[in-house]
Design a protein around this ligand. Structure first.
Ligand SMILES: Nc1ccn([C@@H]2O[C@H](COP(=O)(O)OP(=O)(O)OP(=O)(O)O)[C@@H](O)[C@H]2O)c(=O)n1
Ligand SMILES: C[C@](O)(CO)[C@H](O)COP(=O)(O)O
Length: 229
């Protein structure tokens, strides 16, 4: 069985809505609810710590969701700080070497098959694993004038998604070390890589995209409309 940490303490500045994007709705449900539903669709996910901003007034106060326990804690100024707080708020019976899922509240469209594959293959790996998608577009580096400075090689490049699956203590130590070193960490795997680990890449669907801008929400609403069609 596996617990999850759901970083949900962001402000959604790139989205530009009047509220943090995790509290926007699609098909009548909060985006954070969609993310929780996606996680709890797998029977092995036994509960979640939801990491909230210190000034969050919109959290519905849920103590369980889909019959699984929810805990909350206060996040930090960065996603990495929020994840670290979430790891420290896990129940005491989540052991040091237990695997923990970290999943963005801003990724509401995680598929069960992807989650199952991550759990199955990640738990066999000595380090852990992340969902990711291979880069399939040509990559350009932009100049200050908006022109193309060059084309970047894309061989063996992947886009990191979430969930990311790592052992509680190893991830806690890796994130703490990065924080102590003043290194900006943008995903859990990066913190583990700094420690010399090589987490497994598990290919996931492009549909598990992060809601960052209004166009992403429109895309998610379209996906839901087709699902219900
Ligand atoms: N200090 C932070 C920053 C982000 N997050 C969470 O990390 C996930 C991915 O971050 P991102 O998409 O960047 O969300 P925001 O930080 O809200 O977006 P923005 O950068 O546009 O403000 C989101 O679920 C967000 O709530 C968090 O828990 N704590
Ligand atoms: C963790 C992540 O979703 C993996 O792609 C991404 O790094 C989050 O970045 P953000 O700028 O905090 O949204």
């Amino acid at each position: 069985m596996t617990w999850a940490v759901l970083p949900a303490a962001g402000r959604g500045t790139r989205f530009g809505a009047g509220r943090p994007k995790q509290y926007l709705e699609a098909a009548g449900e909060l985006l954070i609810a969609h993310a929780l539903q996606a996680l709890f669709a797998h029977p092995a996910v036994q509960g979640a710590v939801v990491v909230l901003a210190a000034d969050d007034t919109l959290w519905p106060g849920w103590t369980e969701y889909a019959g699984r326990p929810l805990l909350t804690c206060t996040g930090g100024a960065s996603r990495a700080a929020s994840v670290l707080a979430g790891l420290q708020a896990l129940p005491a019976d989540v052991r040091a070497d237990d695997f923990v899922l970290v999943h963005d509240a801003a990724r509401p469209n995680l598929g069960l098959a992807d989650l199952a594959a991550l759990l199955e293959r990640g738990r066999e790996d000595p380090v852990g694993a992340i969902l990711a998608a291979p880069v399939r577009d040509t990559l350009k580096r932009a100049g200050d004038d908006g022109g193309i400075d060059g084309t970047e090689p894309r061989e063996r490049l992947w886009r990191a998604l979430t969930p990311q699956l790592f052992r509680r203590l190893q991830l806690t130590r890796a994130l703490s070390a990065a924080e102590d070193a003043g290194v900006e960490i943008t995903d859990e795997a990066m913190a583990m890589e700094r420690q010399g680990a090589r987490p497994l890449l598990v290919e996931g669907s492009e549909d598990n995209f992060k809601i960052t801008t209004p166009a992403d929400l429109e895309r998610f609403e379209f996906v839901l409309s087709r699902r219900g069609a």
